[in-house]
Design a protein around this ligand. Structure first.
Ligand code: NAI
Length: 724
């Protein structure tokens, strides 16, 4: 008998076999080749020694129960590999199925996170007990990587909870549940507090259910809620499109559709055939480009960024204890909440006690909501709020070891507030500005310790947005950079690091997206088509509605300042076709965006967005004028991608992973692309294909689409954008 390498077989005198998942070569268990071989050997042994076995318990010797599929392997699956991938999935599935149908009770003792493949092992067990370990998550998040769970995940969740619940609760959003919420939603049977209790309960289940079987293997089993063949089923159907609408927008993101198809088609055949259907839909996904883009970004790039690939080496990490937040407006209030949520003491300062209290009230509102929804307890909410001290008195900032400034976007005011506080806070406090566009090196002037001064650019709403852009000024020291990085991680956000420049990376690049959308309106394209093009390209916010939120005066101010700054260096900034449209909206029609009650859209008295303003068609639209829909989408996507390459050329960006993660998490570049540089890598024909298409767009729509030298050079050398 082959000795299994990643699974230990531990049989006690009562005949209970504990299968300990413990890959000796990795910190977490994954569905790699070694696991495939091991689980097959285990199934052989279980069948051969069936009579001496009373029951089986899966558990793991690692901190996590099981990490999931082997993503490195999946990245290698090319379009011609369909057959190989299909077989890999089948091997593991077949073994799990043999153990599941042995006729002996099988229990999953889930001692830590069980996501993807890990939860699929649990699903192939008759009873699932989860340990309530901190940070433990349970679910099938494959959809967020452009995949579907092909280790039986679709087939078993459909049979466990019915098609509607399986799709909506587990498969389509990829929700990751805490053990308690997993219990509430029917993903596990029991939650326990200790490891001992978990094993005790597992044994108790085996004792009480000697001939246990999966519900779907019992005679007369029917899928809960019915199948499409059943008249009852149709009543559930209308709920699907509304829930799926966003994910199924025109972007090339086939995973939700394939999941839906696998679930519905698989429900109409027997279990074994459902597994085959699931595998076929998986194969299509894993051999396609979108899954590769998403695995690259949401797994590899995200891991590189969060683990500090861009943090200066050799500097000890330090935790912030007490932070001064200057300015309790929209951003300051959100920053205060995010810091307090991570257990940091916050002094929230504004010009008056009332404004400071108003800033704290924002946290009170968020806490109240969280308690109401059961996401936290009243006790924890009270403890969080007790950490925030609102004040108007600079003396209260004594003892702060970090400062985050979020007053109005006015360089003179920012200088003033730093001067006011620099001698009150700790003598080595980290000094951060949350400016969204002002160059950091210039803001640092007037501060005594310029080496400790750095940009920390949060995104709105701060409590929801996961990204923080760290901006290194000319004189920022490595120690400050490392401390800023650690602070961002301390508050559980994702840090990207860029060098100083006007608008940094994110504000500058999103400006191109907006300008391109506005320019199309100016050219005479139907505004509704422009919005549709953005949505169907996969942007989370439509382009005209986004500018309405930001207000039109902001881009005008930024462009005027940029033009002046460039003129001072003797450079003439070209006029973008969007400028005329924005000027007319403000000057001729008095429409400045949502905050003025009128923008590209109309707004009701309650501030609710109404329809697009009919005046747009009257003043800008040329009836019958159209350009290909693909051109509309690619003008937006290319304008952002091309400028990102320029930022790499200029040395503002220094890492491909930072660019990809920053674009998706900070400024809504479509997730299916894998980020702004992965979009270029994955474009049809690779970099040469992208260059050729950029030249085509330049010939039709203007020189701003000409590919930068770095891109052309990489295309010629056969390279791609990568940090490796
Ligand atoms: P806001 O107008 O909501 O808040 C500014 C706050 O600063 C006000 O409460 C004001 O009373 C206070 N303030 C003014 N002078 C002060 C002083 N001397 N001491 C203490 N507080 C003072 O502005 P918002 O939107 O929060 O923006 C703040 C900063 O964050 C700006 O630099 C902005 O560019 C930047 N930012 C804004 C983003 C956004 O989406 N709104 C995104 C990222 C950065």
């Amino acid at each position: 008998m082959t000795q299994s390498t990643t699974i230990r077989w531990e049989q006690d005198e009562t005949g209970i076999v504990t299968l300990v998942l413990d890959d000796p070569n990795q910190s977490a268990n994954t569905m790699n080749q070694a696991f495939k071989d091991s689980i097959a050997a285990i199934a052989d042994r279980a069948e051969a020694e069936r009579d001496s076995i009373r029951g089986i318990i899966y558990t793991s010797a690692k901190k996590t129960f099981f990490a999931g599929g082997d993503l490195k392997d999946m990245m290698k699956a090319g379009p011609d590999d369909a057959q190989r991938v299909f077989e890999t999935g089948t091997g593991i599935k077949a073994a799990l199925r043999r153990i599941e149908t042995l006729g002996k009770p099988v229990v999953a003792a889930i001692n830590g996170a069980a996501l993807g493949g890990g939860y699929e092992i649990a699903l192939a067990s008759h009873h699932r007990i989860a340990l309530d370990a901190p940070g433990s998550k349970i679910g099938l998040p494959e959809v967020t990587l452009g995949l579907l769970p092909a280790g039986g995940g679709v087939t078993r969740t459909v049979r466990l909870m019915g098609i509607a619940d399986a799709l909506l609760k587990v498969l389509l959003q990829g929700t990751q549940y805490s053990p308690k919420r997993a219990l509430d939603n029917g993903l596990v049977h029991e939650v326990v507090a200790t490891r001992e209790e978990m094993i005790e309960k597992a044994r108790a289940f085996i004792d009480a259910n000697p001939e246990s079987q999966q519900p779907w293997d019992k005679p007369g089993y029917r899928i809960p809620g019915g199948t499409p063949a059943n008249p009852k089923f149709a009543a559930n159907l209308p709920a699907f499109p509304a829930n799926l609408k966003k994910q199924l927008a025109g972007a090339p993101y086939p995973a939700p559709r394939n999941i839906l198809a696998a679930a519905v088609e698989g429900s109409q055949v027997d279990f074994e055939n459902a597994l085959v259907i699931e595998a076929r839909y998986f194969t299509e996904l894993v051999t396609g480009q979108t899954a590769k883009n998403m695995i690259q970004a949401f797994f590899f790039d995200l891991q590189a960024v969060n683990s500090g690939a861009n943090r200066p080496k050799g500097i000890e990490s330090r935790k912030v204890r007490k932070v001064a937040v200057l300015g309790a407006g929209m951003m300051g209030a959100g920053i205060a909440y995010s810091c307090a949520r991570a257990g940091i003491e916050v002094v929230l300062k504004d010009v008056s006690a009332e404004s400071a209290a108003k800033g704290k009230a924002y946290s009170e509102k968020l806490c109240e909501k969280a308690v109401k929804r059961g996401r936290t307890t009243q006790e924890k909410a009270d403890a969080l709020l007790a950490l925030i001290t609102p004040t108007a008195d600079p003396a209260d900032l004594a003892g702060c070891d970090a400062v985050i400034e979020a007053v109005f976007e006015d360089p003179a005011l920012k200088h003033k507030v730093f001067q006011e506080i620099q001698h009150i806070v700790e003598p080595d406090a980290l000094l951060c500005s949350n400016t969204s566009t002002l160059p950091i090196s210039a803001l640092a002037e007037g501060v005594e310790r310029q080496g400790d001064f750095i940009g920390l650019h949060f995104f709105s709403p701060v409590d929801k947005m996961p990204l923080v852009e760290i901006i290194k000024g000319e004189r920022t020291g490595d120690e400050a950079l490392a401390r800023a990085f650690d602070l961002v991680r301390q508050i559980n956000k994702t840090p990207i690091v860029v060098n100083d420049s006007r608008g940094f990376f994110t504000s500058r690049v999103i400006g191109h997206f907006i300008n391109e959308g506005v320019a199309m309106v100016g050219e005479g394209i139907e505004p509704a088509s422009v919005e549709q093009a953005a949505a169907q390209a996969g942007y989370p916010a439509k382009v005209l509605s986004l500018l309405d939120e930001l207000t039109f005066t902001l881009p005008r101010k930024i462009r005027e300042e940029s033009r002046q700054a460039l003129a001072a260096e003797g450079v003439e900034m070209p006029v973008h076709p969007a400028e005329g449209v924005i000027d007319r909206m403000i000057d001729d029609f008095g429409r400045k965006g949502r905050s003025s009650g009128a923008g590209f859209y109309e707004y009701g008295e309650d501030g609710r967005r109404g329809p697009l303003w009919p005046g747009l068609r009257e003043h800008f639209t040329k009836p019958g004028y159209e350009i290909p829909f693909r051109d509309m989408q690619e003008r937006m996507l290319f304008s952002e991608a091309l400028d990102t390459v320029r930022l790499l050329e200029e040395g503002v960006l220094t890492s491909v992973a930072d660019a990809n993660i920053g674009s998706i998490f900070g400024i809504g570049f479509p997730g299916w692309t894998g980020g702004v540089l992965q979009y270029i890598n994955g474009y049809e024909g690779g970099l040469p294909g992208f260059v050729a298409r950029a030249r085509e767009l330049a010939a039709t729509y203007g020189d701003r689409f000409l590919p930068p030298a770095l891109l052309v050079e990489k295309a010629q050398k056969g390279e791609r954008f990568s940090d490796a």
